[in-house]
Design a protein around this ligand. Sequence first.
Ligand SMILES: [Zn+2]
Length: 288
Amino acid sequence: MNSVAASVLMGLLVLPAYAQEPSAKGVNFYSLESEIQLGQVAAATLMRTLPIVHEPKLDAYLAKLTAELAKYASPQFAYSFTVYEDRKPLGLQWVALTTAFRMPADAFQGLAAEPVAFAGGPILVPLSLLADAPDEAEFAFQLAHAMAHIALRHSTRQATRQELQNIAAVALKVESDHTLAGAAILTSERVAVQLGMLTFARQSELQADTVATGIVAAAGYDPEAAVRYLEGQPPADGAKPPRVFSAHPTVDRRVAAVRAALEKLPARGYAAGTGEFDEVKALAAGIR
Ligand SMILES: [Zn+2]
């Protein structure tokens, strides 16, 4: 039993606004409304402390590219994208936040491997991903992968699964853990942030890859870019694990999922592009 699931469950108990409602597919304790609310609180809390990059040209580019992708993702979510600087060490203020919210000590420390998707729509995009992307199609795949996690409601499904598995253990944990005993300390912010920090299951990652492949292809980007992107990733259990909240399957399994998705796509040419990628990438690389 870990404290994350315990606190999320406590959140459900102490916050009546987060009504339980079954979803169309599979069990999900969270209503769509509460999911969107939690994701917004989590993203806003982190964005107050993370070094957010404010660069109008970059934001305009991201808005243009993601508006195209969003046409082919689930329309019930309002995807929003915020760039943060992941290439510099975070300060003491961040350390205080990770402690206060019981985040993993290394959360957001160091170069990120993929955008961070929060329930209901917010997505944090590490600047290094844009600065290092070889082409727009590969960058689009990374954004679409994060959108797919949101569209598939992976955060709240994962939270629901952990709660189901640990429901008995939670009661014991709450009684024995003095730091959890007072409902007063369990603010909605903490619950929301911890929901955002749950590790996606490997199966969720493969699903996100499959859906993202469909999104980029429908938007006119070469979906083979997904394979190129994945093959450029360090192995999941190698010396350099991805520093995101994902238990990534091996690159081979992810490539196999993408290839299976590619086979189902109709034959067509792929020529989408904003025409601005090179300029914006250079801009991103130059931000200090
Ligand atoms: Zn992922």
